[in-house]
Design a protein. Structure first.
Length: 527
């Protein structure tokens, strides 16, 4: 079946954007828990480290340029999604602030999204409690379409126009690729706005399909307006279109008109400017942004489009600001830094931080190497995995990927290797931000602790796994084996009996007999 969803609408007004919003509202936290919306590339300790470096650098530049820090530097994350990135960034900021002797309350992090369900999840997440309680973290609903203030749900006050005296720092990861854009077709110095017709395999109007299902079955057909554009109604967009027309390039180009409007609204909250850090997939140079066919939607639960990083560069530079962009040929994401400060600020530290942590080798390179290792575990020896985990800054997600290989290698570890592995496990655990995903590292970590003879830690992790994921016979058996190895025979017997009462489990039967024999031997010695 094929249903007509929309006959003809300007691209930025299409029904697809409403479906996108409905998708995030509908799925809430499950979008991340299920892995439907990819987020590892923008939510790992390494990318957070690069951002922390740029934020600390900005802080140092502002102090050097005479800004007084009566207020903290406010960092507003838009479309915060799972909250994992915020957790990593807060940790990295804490460490870097110590290294630079910056007081910990110099930064205030505001985690935002447009769905209350996400905020409700973050508010009670155990990993975020310390930051909430000491006031370093607050949360707010912020809708990039129209919010003009930030009402803080924990602090209770509202950040309004002119509230902030330091520049506002804004983070937008995987956000601009999924909010409305305008689409133009350029031909011989003329620009034409594009419209879409949307068909769908699902009957949206019947109300029997979810937004996710409808999105997965949509087909777009594009139409260019016959007459060339005169005015879009937005001065910034008009100036960009005129700039592009002067380039005499031909093809389709996405224009982030809503992105521009959102930056203006956020910038108005501060009396001294804005720093914008963005990671997304997209195009960096003007030439790359012009494509010969209309964009197709990349689908992953929600959908996304390539971000026009060049348009943001143009926006900032034409308003007296600066842009830091990577060399072309990035594979998965582009990390860009834009700033516009109202007073002269020497961006010496920021430029260095960008060059060192993004320009030379950045989040995209890190992700590229990670995927290579992830896809070839058979080539890895212990030292490769340890190096990968150190480079990842002890990322629990990566550990999870390498755990089966580590468990396989464990019987051959030397004593000193066991010690190093144990330390690395603890460091990764420190970075663990649970989302309740199915493929959780906890029981695998417990197995590895068992293999390296760290029975108390193994017991702790098996018990954690049982309390979080419910009773599993295999996990119970492993727990009993740990108790047996650490000499807690009665505890082992109790668990093994529980397993056998539930059904046939030959290994449990064998271990129970060994436990009973050992207990008998102990009582004979005592007599
Ligand atoms: C693709 S996810 C990215 C999440 C996270 N930043 C990351 O990198 O994994 C997009 C996020 O933006 C949020 N979002 C979508 N439209 C929005 C809007 N108009 N205003 C604010 N947030 C929005 C969604 O709820 C979702 O959390």
């Amino acid at each position: 079946m094929n249903f007509l969803l929309e006959r003809d609408a300007p691209f930025s007004k299409s029904i697809i954007w409403k479906l996108q919003r409905d998708y995030f509202e509908e799925r809430g936290f499950d979008a991340w828990r299920s892995g439907e919306v990819p987020h590892y590339v923008t939510s790992n300790p390494r990318i957070a480290h690069a951002y922390a470096q740029m934020l600390v650098a900005t802080y140092l530049d502002l102090v050097r340029s005479g800004f007084t820090n009566e207020q903290p530097l406010h960092i507003v994350e838009l479309g915060g999604g799972s909250g994992r990135f915020a957790f990593y960034l807060l940790k990295q900021l804490e460490q870097l602030s110590k290294q630079h002797d910056i007081p910990p309350d110099s930064f205030k992090y505001i985690l935002t999204d447009f769905t209350q369900a996400n905020l409700d999840f973050w508010k009670v997440h155990p990993c975020l409690q310390t930051y909430i309680q000491d006031g370093r973290l607050d949360m707010a609903i912020y809708d990039t379409s129209d919010s003009s203030s930030i009402p803080l749900q924990i602090g209770g006050h509202e950040i309004q126009e002119g509230s902030l005296t330091l520049p506002i720092a804004v983070i937008a990861n995987y956000l601009f690729d999924g909010i409305p854009h305008e689409l133009y077709f350029f031909d011989r110095g003329e620009s034409h706005r594009c419209h879409v017709k949307v068909n769908c395999e699902f009957d949206y109007l019947s109300g029997n399909s979810t937004a996710g299902e409808v999105l997965s079955g949509t087909y777009l057909r594009y139409r260019k307006e016959d007459s060339a554009d005169e005015s879009s109604g937005d001065a910034h967009v008009d100036a960009l279109l005129s700039h592009y027309r002067n380039h005499l390039l031909n093809g389709y180009v996405l224009v982030p008109d809503l992105g521009f409007a959102c930056i203006q609204r956020l910038q108005a909250l501060s009396t001294s400017g804005i720093l914008l850090l963005v990671s997304d997939k997209g195009h960096v140079t003007t030439e790359e942004c012009f494509v010969s066919t209309p964009p197709s939607l990349a689908r992953h639960g929600s959908f996304s489009l390539p971000v026009n990083f060049d348009a943001f560069r143009w926006y900032f530079e034409s308003n007296g600001g600066s842009a830091f962009l990577p060399q072309p040929h990035h594979e998965s994401i582009v990390t860009a830094c834009y700033c516009s400060f109202d007073a002269p600020v020497a961006t010496y530290h920021l430029a260095n931080a960008y060059a060192n942590h993004v320009g030379v080798c950045g989040p995209d390179d890190f992700f590229g190497v990670y995927t290579l290792l992830r896809d070839h575990p058979h080539l890895l020896e212990l030292q490769h995995i340890l190096s990968a985990l150190r480079v990842s800054l002890f990322d629990c997600h990566q550990l999870n990927v390498f755990l089966p290989k580590l468990i396989e290698l464990a019987p051959d570890f030397s004593q000193s290797e066991k010690k190093v592995v144990s330390q690395v496990l603890e460091q990764c655990w420190y970075n663990y931000f649970p989302l309740g995903e199915n493929n959780d590292p906890i029981s695998k970590m417990a197995n590895l602790f068992y293999e390296i003879d760290e029975y108390p830690r193994a017991i702790h992790f098996f018990e954690l796994s049982l309390s979080l994921y419910g009773k599993d016979q295999g996990t119970l058996y492993n727990l009993a084996a740990c108790y047996f190895q650490s000499g807690s025979l009665e505890k082992s017997v109790k668990i093994l009996q529980e397993i056998l009462e539930a059904g046939y489990y030959p290994e449990a039967d064998v271990l129970l007999k060994r436990c009973q024999a050992a207990l008998m031997e102990q009582s004979t010695i005592l007599i």
